[in-house]
Design a protein around this ligand. Sequence first.
Ligand code: HEC
Length: 123
Amino acid sequence: MNIINGLRKTAWMAVAAALLSSLILTAQGVGQQGTPAGEQLYRGYCAVCHGERGDGRGIAAPSFGGKIADFTNPEYWKKADDKKIAAVILKGQGRMPAQSVSPEEARAIVEYMKSAFKGAYGS
Ligand code: HEC
């Protein structure tokens, strides 16, 4: 009986360890299905308001009067800087609530925004 209990415990510990390491991997940027973490995070946290394409037209945008920055506008990137964007993500700004991501995740999101929205429009 004791041996079986011992085996059960070991099996559960292995399952727990596997779960934990997959969580850690995900957090470190190895996203599901090979999607980069920054993109997944943007879609998960930001797209609802800022839009999948970053144009400020997410499903929730109308409740903010539609006045959300258009990240696809080259003008936006003339004034933007990485640290400021990360600070908005972590602390919120005006009507935008702070997002519960880590500073590393905020940086990954900023990198994604630059490659997908800024880069795409050649500014
Ligand atoms: C609940 C809706 C909502 C979510 C979710 C949200 N935002 Fe915002 N965001 C806003 C609104 C509204 C503003 C305009 C805030 C203001 O009043 O200045 C804004 C402003 C910003 C700004 C500043 C733009 C400027 O004009 O300088 C940045 C950068 C930004 N958001 C990035 C993000 C990122 C990245 C995420 C995801 C991690 C995110 N936001 C999630 C609603 C949202």
